[in-house]
Design a protein around this ligand. Structure first.
Ligand code: SF4
Length: 518
């Protein structure tokens, strides 16, 4: 699990009060989990800032503390609870008067949080981000009532509070797959204590206030929310609701705004970006969107996370190949490779089908970096199933790979499955798989030696001031290995957020070392 903490908020998010007499409320944020959650945090920070509160990086000086939680798997829940308890201490040791818990943990355990952690003053679910204003005790500004976020109404017309889009066309609000799954109970949360029966529906848009917490040159754009897929281990659809896309024009408008703010790298995110636009009746909506965004002047790198394997169309690959500013990078979480396990996961396919997809991707976009992730120890996973997975990993030779041990989530369909794999075996298999990938990755990284790449410089290394860190187009922000720079070439110093050309001089297991050449 990636974590964005208060420390990751840039200093420009701290606005000191002009005079002690008019001290604005100071709000500190901890954002846990994935980039999708980070965008929610950025929207909540934007709403607060827009209404006169000030965001601070220092929890000790905050009047209000917000923990935006993740509830994806057990370890993420534990991290969320630990962070809530850590922040609760500032109510006695600091000056915090309120502790607010937001995000996925609230959707899942709304009542239990209030009952078991009395320091928590308010909760805000994933579909009620505007509620952060009332929870923090901030009155919304007169021109921005609580309807500030775009919501898709039952009428099928997109409506916004402060920027009414009366002319917006009527849109289809869901995919038929999502409607079918809803009728089958896929999104049901009636067994969850205190859960609100209505599924989250919100989507932010280009007019929603948002304070970015990422580096100045990089930004995420959430292009869709929710998920309609039936994966039996996953409760995200129950937490986040049915799949819904943002309007095409809204995403393009936000990209223009970000470029004006100095952003050069845009990463599109959603639970499944490859379904983008299907709720509007679009086929290949993501390819259309990428085509539109690639033409936005100033966008140097454009990428998207995450692709569903059977949604990678020829048109999508052709679009990636055609535009120089679309990163040759694809993150396809495959989850497993054994047909038996994938069937029990309710995802389908098998190693043979995946290898054909990978061949198709590599043929269409030569040199593309492929990332995937797997779950090991899913209920019923046999030694043969695991061997099928290791054989597949050996053959597919991914550039980047992650492995999660299966986490038995109450509320998921797989919770009820028998043949649970013992935790010790899960751990062993995870280690085996990662060891295998380490060798594959090392060989691949050593082949980079002597090659030149465009490099986005990020910052001085946290480990030593002798090294700086950066990324190529083959590294997504925060998740893949790093490029360590030990030679600035013709430059006295490097500028964070600047693009340079580098030559790789050493290849290690996941990271490489490079020198700047121009
Ligand atoms: S595609 Fe599957 S694993 Fe991913 S969010 Fe949707 S249901 Fe969960």
């Amino acid at each position: 699990m990636k974590e964005a903490t208060l420390d990751s908020a840039p200093n420009n998010l701290v606005h000191e009060p002009e005079s002690p007499a008019a001290q604005p409320l100071r709000v500190g944020f901890v954002s846990l989990g994935c980039p999708k959650n980070l965008v929610d945090s950025e929207v909540m920070m934007g709403l607060l800032d827009h209404s006169g509160a000030r965001i601070t990086n220092d929890p000790a000086t905050a009047d209000v503390l917000v923990v935006n939680t993740c509830s994806f798997i057990d370890s993420a829940k534990q991290e969320s609870v630990d962070t809530i308890l850590e922040m609760a201490r500032y109510k006695t040791d600091g000056k915090a008067q309120k502790l607010i818990v937001a995000g996925c943990l609230v959707e899942r355990y709304r009542d239990e949080i209030r009952k078991n952690i009395p320091e928590v003053d308010a909760v805000v679910g994933t579909g009620e981000l505007e509620g952060i204003l009332a929870a923090a005790g901030v009155a919304p500004t007169p021109q921005s009532p609580f309807t500030i976020l775009t919501s898709i109404k039952a009428t099928g017309v997109v409506a916004t509070g402060i920027h009414p889009t009366a002319a917006a066309p009527a849109i289809v609000t869901s995919r038929s797959e999502g409607d079918l799954r809803e009728s089958q109970g896929r999104f049901s949360r009636h067994e969850w204590d205190g859960a609100q029966p209505a599924l989250p529906q919100y989507l932010y848009d280009e007019n929603t206030p948002r304070l970015r917490a990422t580096a100045s040159s990089s930004a995420y754009i959430k292009i869709a929310e929710g998920c309609d897929h039936p994966c039996s281990f996953c409760v995200i659809p129950n937490l986040r609701g049915k799949f819904r896309s943002r309007r095409f024009e809204s995403v393009v408008a936000e990209a223009h705004q970000l470029v004006q703010q100095g952003v050069r790298e845009i990463t599109l995110i959603g639970q499944d970006t490859t379904c983008y636009g299907e709720d509007f009746g679009l086929k290949d909506g993501l390819a259309d969107l990428l085509d539109g965004l690639a033409k936005v002047e100033g966008v140097r790198w454009l990428r998207f996370l995450y692709a569903y394997p059977n949604k990678i169309t020829g048109r999508l690959l052709d679009t990636i190949a055609r535009h120089d500013n679309i990163c040759k990078y694809l993150d396809v979480p495959l989850q497993h490779a054994s047909g038996n396990v994938l069937k029990r996961m309710k995802r389908g396919a098998n190693a043979e089908i995946f290898l054909k997809t990978i061949d198709k991707v590599r043929a269409a976009v030569p040199g593309i970096a492929l990332r995937t992730s797997f779950i090991v120890g899913f209920p019923g996973e046999t030694e043969q199933d695991f061997a099928a997975l290791t054989d597949f990993v050996r053959e597919a030779k991914f550039d980047w790979m992650g492995a999660f041990g299966y986490s038995d989530e109450d509320g998921s369909k797989s919770f009820a499955l028998g043949d649970k794999v013992p935790p010790k075996v899960i751990e062993q298999r995870k280690r085996t798989l990662m060891r295998l990938q380490k060798g594959i990755s090392k060989k691949a990284k050593q082949k980079w030696v002597g090659r030149e790449f465009d490099l986005l410089v990020e910052q001085e290394s946290e480990e030593t001031p002798l090294l700086w860190e950066g990324r190529t187009q083959f590294h997504a922000p925060e998740i893949d290995g790093k490029v360590y720079i030990n030679d600035f070439g013709p430059f006295e110093e490097l500028k964070p957020g600047g693009f340079y050309r580098c030559e790789v001089t050493e290849g290690h297991e996941y990271d490489v070392v490079a020198r700047v050449v121009r």
